[in-house]
Structures are given as structure tokens and as C-alpha cells.
Write a protein that binds this ligand. Structure first.
Ligand code: FES
Length: 107
């Protein structure tokens, strides 16, 4: 298991990125729910964010890729606008234990 952070470390709504040598992930909180995705845009396979922890659009309602502006539904990762419309972000399984978010991946 790889511990990402405590729930309270992510604003609601808001997002936070996590990088290790092998995996780049990000988590989003929205209305009390948590979503974790691999930080790889289905358009070009590059990271979505230019700025640290900035994965959402201006009103925190969609995930946005900083490179070409693709927009993704927070709840299921589906791209609804931009060059990779119809593709989805890769969801990552996670669990929350005493407020700590962990994913089933090596550290
Ligand atoms: S790399 Fe994400 S929209 Fe082009």
C-alpha cells in the first residue's frame, strides 16, 4: 500500500497530486467523495497539470488537462470536451482508513 495523504489535506472541492519514482497520481475531493486517477492524459499520455495540485477547472467542477484543455467528469474520469473526447482517465483503486487515503501500489 502507498499512503497518499489525509483526507483533510485535500480541499473539498479540490485536488492534489502525488509523485513517486514510478507513478504519478492525483486525487480529487468533491462533495465529500474522493476520486483517484493516474496522472496521464488520454490524449498524449502526459501529466495533466502544469502547476502543483492544479487539476480542476476554474470553478472546480471538472478535471482539466493544462496542455490542450481536455475536460473530464470528476466522478468517472470521462472526457467530455477536448481532443480525447470519449476516452477516460484511468481510475486507481484506493481505500480510506482512519482518514488516510492509500492506494494498492508499491511506495
Ligand atoms: S495532452 Fe491533455 S488535452 Fe492534450
Amino acid at each position: 500500500m502507498r499512503v497518499l495523504c489525509h483526507l483533510n489535506d485535500i480541499p473539498d472541492p479540490g485536488s492534489k497530486g502525488f509523485k513517486s519514482a514510478e507513478h504519478s497520481l492525483f486525487a480529487v475531493r468533491l462533495r465529500g467523495q474522493v476520486y483517484v486517477y493516474r496522472n496521464s492524459c488520454p490524449h498524449l499520455g502526459i501529466e495533466l497539470n502544469w502547476q502543483e495540485d492544479q487539476f480542476l477547472d476554474y470553478d472546480d467542477s471538472l478535471i482539466q488537462c493544462a496542455t490542450h484543455g481536455a475536460l473530464f467528469i470528476i466522478e468517472n474520469g470521462e472526457c467530455i470536451a477536448g481532443p480525447c473526447i470519449g476516452k477516460t482517465l484511468e481510475a486507481v483503486d484506493f481505500r480510506i482508513d482512519r482518514g488516510m487515503i492509500s492506494v494498492c501500489e508499491p511506495d
